[in-house]
Write a protein that binds this ligand. Structure first.
Ligand SMILES: Nc1nc2c(c(=O)[nH]1)N[C@H]1C(S)=C(S)[C@@H](COP(=O)(O)OP(=O)(O)OC[C@H]3O[C@@H](n4cnc5c(N)ncnc54)[C@H](O)[C@@H]3O)O[C@H]1N2
Ligand code: MOO
Length: 445
């Protein structure tokens, strides 16, 4: 068996692990697994990049989209001082009159980066201040300058425009020294880079990127640039997969197109598993005579299930090859060949599994509750994903329509969609005006 990535957690050998997982999964039926059971199975099954040996320290800007490997504890208070949230006058809140005006003498100024230098501010006095400037000792309130009238060195503040303590940011209110700023497992976002910068961190420890190999299978597939002979189609799945995987920030190994021949498939699986943590294929998982993918997967390793109660995406093989005492091998996703089924099964199963393997803690994706403008025919007993466009109605509610024919080979209606209506396992036909859950593509990385 092929060499195995050394830094994946060593899990028990596959057969007992599979049986153990299957017995924990509610409604486990390998011939037609409900979507939720398949997701549960996969979440329990996939190994995570191990703590040791898989961590690198990267310059902050390079950490975007990577998985944080260790908790980050703040070594400073952020902000480091009480400071003003407004341009105006800093004063003692207790001196503000309940009615009429409060008149105060301006005894100096404090700028952001150039704090007020005077001695203690005496009673009846205030300090001109800018946003971000350190609050002078003893002063606790800032009146924005728009509310004030300045005559010479006297400022008049009308009653009621601020309360004591207003417009002052407290030391450590963003993060106190010793507090956890970010926990390990976080998928680093632009705001996380900013947060780390606010702590003065030049670099962060991140998990190594997951290595994902992928290839298309099918004798009818031609690569771009090749002539399209009768009966052939261009291989689009590798481009779709490339796009979805790139957004996940994994390391990509594109192994091209593999012919519908068991020996060629076996060689491709072996080479993919030798260098990747996960292998994704498309095509050849159904029951046709040229559909060899799942048989080859089963011969080299194990197939946990390959039929899911969903549409599109019913035939999807999930398993593993190369598992043994030396490591967990590579996780396999044999996605169906139809171009829309590839995308739907990726979003339904592969995305979360890869994030989990990479050490992140994926959250359930947020869905929008929208009103259907049309009838959506649906049979109970399987989950259906229908391609929809969204528009906001005059009453502010979001409405949805199908983007066209829903055949799982029709990529145009996927490309025109803004999301997928997720019609649950038990759901029947949707009538116009009914509410449905939509997974907006913008929620996906
Ligand atoms: N008798 C049955 N036939 C089929 C069943 C079934 O349950 N019983 N399931 C259908 C469903 S659902 C799907 S999905 C497909 C999945 O089949 P395969 O995974 O074996 O995929 P292929 O047969 O290889 O291809 C299906 C279709 O997609 C085109 N394709 C494949 N790869 C690509 C690619 N990389 N780029 C563009 N297009 C691709 C291929 O040419 C076929 O038209 O099986 C149904 N049949
Ligand atoms: O998985 Mo298939 O895409 O339902 O046609």
């Amino acid at each position: 068996m092929s060499a195995l990535p050394p830094d994946l957690e060593d899990r028990p050998p596959l057969p007992p692990a599979l049986a153990a997982i299957a017995s924990c999964v509610n409604g486990y039926d390998p011939s037609a697994l409900p979507v939720a059971a398949a997701q549960d199975f996969i979440a329990r099954f996939v190994p995570t990049l191990a703590e040791g040996g898989a961590i690198e320290r990267l310059a902050l800007r390079a950490c975007l989209g990577r998985v944080l490997a260790e908790d980050q504890i703040s070594r400073i208070d952020v902000p480091a001082h009480d400071n003003s949230a407004m341009d105006g006058y800093a004063l003692r809140g207790a001196e503000l009159a309940a009615a009429g005006e409060t008149r105060l003498r301006v005894v100096g100024k404090g700028l952001a980066g150039a704090a007020f230098q005077g001695a203690d501010v005496p009673p009846g006095a205030c300090v001109k201040i800018t946003t971000g400037a350190v609050m002078p000792a003893g002063l606790d309130t800032v009146v924005p300058q728009e509310f004030c009238r300045l005559e010479g060195e006297q400022v008049s503040v009308p009653a009621g425009v601020v309360r004591p303590g207003d417009n002052r940011r407290l030391r450590g209110e963003d993060l106190a020294c010793g507090e956890a700023a970010m926990r390990a497992g976080r998928l680093l976002s632009p705001s996380d880079l900013g947060l780390a910068a606010s702590l003065g961190l030049a670099e962060l420890p991140v998990r190594r990127r997951l290595r994902v190999a992928f290839f298309s299978t099918g004798d009818e597939l031609r690569s771009i640039g090749e002539p399209l002979e009768a009966g052939c189609v261009y291989d689009s799945n590798r481009y779709t997969l490339h796009g979805m995987l790139s957004r996940l920030g994994v390391e990509l190994l594109d192994l091209g197109v593999v012919r519908d021949e068991p020996a060629a498939l076996e060689a491709a699986f072996r080479s993919a598993a030798a260098s990747a943590d996960a292998v994704i294929t498309s095509g050849g998982v159904s029951v046709g005579e040229a559909d060899h993918t799942k048989q080859v997967m089963a011969r080299l390793g194990e197939v946990a299930f390959w039929r899911i109660a969903m549409r599109p995406g019913r035939p999807m093989a999930f398993g593993r090859i190369g598992a043994g005492p030396q490591g967990p091998g590579a996780v396999l996703f044999g996605l169906p060949g139809n171009p829309v089924a590839v995308m739907v099964t990726f979003y339904a199963f592969v995305r979360d599994a890869l994030l989990r393997m990479a050490g992140a803690r994926p959250q359930p994706l947020p869905t929008l509750r929208v009103r259907s403008l049309e009838t959506l025919r649906k049979k109970p007993g399987r989950t259906e994903y229908q391609r929809v466009s969204l528009q906001q109605a005059a009453d502010g509610v979001w409405d949805m329509r199908l983007t066209g024919a829903q055949g799982s080979g029709i990529l145009r209606s996927m490309s025109e969609a803004q999301g997928l209506a997720v019609l649950g396992h038990e759901q029947g036909t949707v009538q116009p005006g009914d509410w449905v859950e939509v997974l907006p593509f913008h929620a996906l990385i």
